[in-house]
Design a protein around this ligand. Structure first.
Ligand code: VNL
Ligand code: MN
Length: 385
């Protein structure tokens, strides 16, 4: 990512490019070796020919969304942080074929799904969705995006499902849009791209969104975006506010804030979905519990249950962009087989890699089916597969 963005700004020397390429090759070899070590002691496994696959974090955009984002970045030319830089490249058509692949639903995307045996993509408006836009603009774009997405799903009901976009800037309208998305548009959940105006969903002014999501059984997929201004300084250097590191730190922190606020006591059936192998939150499961004991580091923040209980009851995770069999095994063992789903992160990551990762992961076929599609069908109420 770093080299791609820097390269578009013509800021990298040739020498750096060579170094970058060497580093990438070396790390790919190391990752392959690590995966081979893990699988060598386990029974050889591979998906059958008729494997069903539902990919759950698949990005798209619309002309109207692109126009609104272009107006935003054009009106703020001095801003250098990652999300502005990224969107200047996307709306300037400078990010290889990513802009075209975001706008396409029915041509290249469906062809690629056919080629690699992906039955269905659960679509979501690409990050940061409408969350950088002025409130009124954001509400309007969200509604039109949801309408367009629902139309595409209606044309291809067995190939697409979708997460509704809402504008957290207006919590009451967002709650109404959740109801419309469920009852009229028959969508499958909602996407929120982490912080909105540097705020998080733990604040009670956003709880109408959590309440509506729980009431309509619409899981909230918290997708990453660039860290908030409060978190910004340590992530601004080296383009660390990107998907390289900052996205995950921002999003994992968002989940922990929601958990600590007591929102899961108030909304016990609320489901939060995190991509990128749970943004590593559950790697902390033992320590979160340990530090919650009376007299320890967490202090007196009152919640009814231990973090590990919320992680198993209220958190669902996907494998988007993390093709790491060690992390997958750990996730299934710690969170439960029923809570882990497969995703590609199209078009930011490539379909063949995500498919071959899950086809060859050292799982039983029962586990593979759960992660590849059964959990997604149940969690997102998908009825067309
Ligand atoms: C990237 C990856 C960007 C995944 C994304 O949204 C995403 C990236 C803007 O690699 O830049 O969902
Ligand atoms: Mn993504």
């Amino acid at each position: 990512m770093f080299s791609r963005y820097e390269n578009a700004d013509n800021r990298l020397e040739d020498e750096d490019m060579d170094f970058d390429r060497r580093t990438l090759l070396a790390s790919a070899t190391t990752a392959a070796a690590a995966a081979a070590t893990l699988t060598s002691g386990l029974a050889k496994a591979a998906a059958p020919k008729n494997q069903i696959r539902i990919a759950t974090e698949e990005a798209f955009s619309t002309r109207e969304h692109m126009r609104a984002m272009k107006a935003l970045v054009d009106s703020a030319p001095e801003v250098t942080r990652h999300d502005y830089r990224l969107w200047r490249l996307i709306t300037g058509d400078q990010l290889a074929d990513t802009p075209a692949r975001l706008l396409d639903l029915e041509k290249q995307r469906l062809a690629e799904m056919d080629q690699y045996g992906v039955n269905m993509q659960l679509l979501s408006l690409t990050s940061p969705g409408v969350q950088m836009l002025a409130t009124d603009v954001a509400v309007g774009v969200a509604e039109s995006v949801n309408d367009e997405m629902a139309e595409a799903i209606a044309r291809h009901p067995t190939r697409f499902a979708g997460l509704a976009t809402v504008a957290p800037q207006d919590p009451a309208r967002a709650a109404q849009e959740i109801e419309r998305a469920k009852t009229k548009l028959k969508l499958n959940g909602i996407v929120i791209n982490s912080q909105t105006n540097n705020e998080y969903l733990d604040l009670q002014k956003y709880w109408p969104i959590l309440e509506a999501a729980e009431a309509h059984d619409m899981p909230i997929y918290i997708h990453p975006r660039t860290p908030s201004d409060q978190m910004r300084a340590p992530f601004d250097d080296y383009n660390m506010g990107s998907a390289f590191w900052g996205y995950g730190m921002e999003t994992s922190t968002h989940f922990v804030r929601i958990m600590m606020s007591g929102a899961f006591d108030r909304f016990p059936n609320l489901k939060i979905v995190l991509g990128h192998m749970g943004e590593a939150v559950h790697f902390w499961i033992w320590r979160l519990d340990y530090m919650s004991a009376p007299g320890r580091a967490r202090g007196e923040t009152p919640t009814k249950k231990l973090p590990s209980e919320y992680l198993r009851q209220n958190l669902r995770i996907t494998t988007s962009g993390q093709e790491n069999p060690h992390a997958l095994r750990y996730s299934i063992d710690v969170l439960g087989l029923e809570n882990v789903m497969w995703a590609i992160d199209y078009p930011y990551q490539e379909t063949p890699g995500a498919v071959s990762f899950m086809d060859n992961a050292p799982l039983s076929q029962q586990e593979r089916d759960a992660v590849y599609w059964q959990n997604a069908k149940r969690i997102f109420n998908i009825t067309t597969i």
